[in-house]
Design a protein around this ligand. Structure first.
Ligand code: S3P
Length: 428
């Protein structure tokens, strides 16, 4: 599907965005492994989360909707049953990688498959540590690609020093560790998002966090808890960028996740000179949330070092857009992981922004963007990637001349209502 986007003057209004995708996956997974009914409020309508829910239904977990609440009837750590067929997770990397850690602990054989997009995404990063834990796990193409065939049931605790900061890898190891006798520890170069450890702890697991390492003691039963999912800061970031770039804008976003391992975008925007206010801070279960107000402001280029990248990994496409319209040069170091997301997001964003007139250089794992006064409308491609699509839509709103974007169906992965919400806020 294609969409035509006309430039707009500003965006104004109050909005909510769908529940955080990462937290939602964990709520479904941990709810299924806990004892008793976990009631989840605010689960988003997204393809990825639907795939996680479907996988657990196929393993005998009742997941149903009752008056705006999702109820997961958890059956305990060993309550899952062998699925009749391979578990199909579509395009969801989070489902595939974390589920592999959970299946490592089950006393049955299983297979996880996905669509053609996910079949090209790297899996050795979980296959290696899970194999070190004694799990029989096989991938295709030299152990790198899905499908994954797992013979679970006997897991040894390990201490694993990960060379990349990846919450999906960390979570797979922690879940497998839950099924071992002893303590499993993951050490990261920089802390990745910590939703798994927060929620496991909230459900009663023995989890310890110290600096860049997290450990879990195997064997502790999880007890069902109520979970309220805050709005997804990754989805909110598109509106933050649009409000910052369009003169006269003012938006208020309600109940957004501000987890420090995720909310690097707030720091980046402030350093670039954006006008951001975080108000009404609260805790929703194991996660912090707040309302975020953003007004138009002039911005300038900055240097973002690699330590910052894990906390903005999914926001980088829209940060590239902001940098394109900020005064001076923005340099972002250590963004190599973007090459193995739903598409190569360095290439997809370079392709789109270059077509709009931006000087976008790539040197090794660093990106350098020279800000320009105005973007020109262009024919843009999403490359089947939801975040490339939404980031380019923001660029198109702030451009001179109309644009069209191909592949808008990709947004159903995380934020199917993106364009509906956006067009309600835009004033031409
Ligand atoms: C996610 C972790 C990140 C992120 C992805 C969701 C998660 O991936 O890019 O969208 O929910 O754990 P990595 O952990 O591979 O960096």
């Amino acid at each position: 599907m294609n969409i035509k986007i006309k430039p707009v003057k500003k965006i104004v209004g109050e909005l909510s965005v769908p529940g955080d995708k990462s937290i939602s996956h964990r709520a479904l997974m941990i709810g299924a492994l806990a004892l008793g009914p976990t009631k989840i409020k605010g689960l988003p309508e997204s393809d990825d989360c639907n795939h996680t829910a479907k996988a657990f239904r196929e393993m005998g977990i009742d997941i149903r909707e009752e008056s705006n609440t999702t109820i997961v009837e958890g059956k305990g750590l060993h309550g899952l049953k062998k699925p009749a067929d391979p578990l199909y997770v579509g395009n969801s990397g989070t489902s595939m990688r974390i589920l592999a850690g959970i299946l490592a602990g089950q006393r049955f054989d299983s297979t996880i498959t996905g669509d053609t997009g996910i079949s090209a995404r790297p899996m050795k990063r979980i296959v290696e540590p899970l194999s070190m834990m004694g799990v029989k796990i096989r991938a295709q193409g030299d152990g790198e690609y899905p499908p994954l065939a797992i013979s679970g049931g006997s897991v040894k605790p390990i201490t694993y020093k990960n060379l990349i900061a990846s919450a999906q890898v960390k979570s797979a190891i922690l879940f497998a560790g839950l099924y071992s006798k002893g303590t499993t520890k993951v050490i990261e170069p920089v802390r990745s998002r910590d939703h798994t450890e927060r929620m496991l702890k909230y459900f009663g697991a023995k989890v310890k966090i110290s600096g860049q390492s997290v450990s879990i003691k195997g064997g502790s039963e999880l007890r069902a808890r109520a979970v309220e999912i805050p709005g997804d800061i990754s989805s909110a970031s598109f509106f933050m960028a649009a409000a910052t770039l369009l003169k006269g804008s003012r938006i208020k976003m309600l109940n957004i996740s501000i987890n420090p391992t995720r909310a690097g975008i707030l720091k980046v925007l402030s350093r670039m000179g954006a006008d951001i206010e975080v108000v009404n801070k609260k805790k929703l279960g194991s996660e912090p949330a707040a309302d975020i107000i953003v007004r138009y402001s002039k911005t300038h280029g900055i240097t973002i070092t690699k330590e910052m990248v894990p906390s903005i990994i999914d926001e980088l496409p829209v940060i590239f857009v902001l940098a394109s319209l900020s005064k001076g040069v923005t340099t972002i170091e250590g963004v190599g992981e973007l090459r193995v997301k739903e598409t190569d997001r360095i290439r997809s964003m370079q392709d789109g922004l270059k077509a709009m007139g931006v000087v976008f250089r790539v040197k090794g794992d660093s990106v350098m963007i020279e800000g320009i006064r105005s973007l020109k409308g262009a024919s843009l491609q999403s490359f089947g990637d939801h975040r490339t699509c939404m980031a380019l839509a923001v660029a198109a709103l702030a451009a001179e001349g109309d644009s069209d974007i191909e592949g808008t169906e990709s947004i159903s992965k995380s934020f199917p209502s993106f364009f509906d919400i956006l067009f309600k806020l835009t004033l031409t």
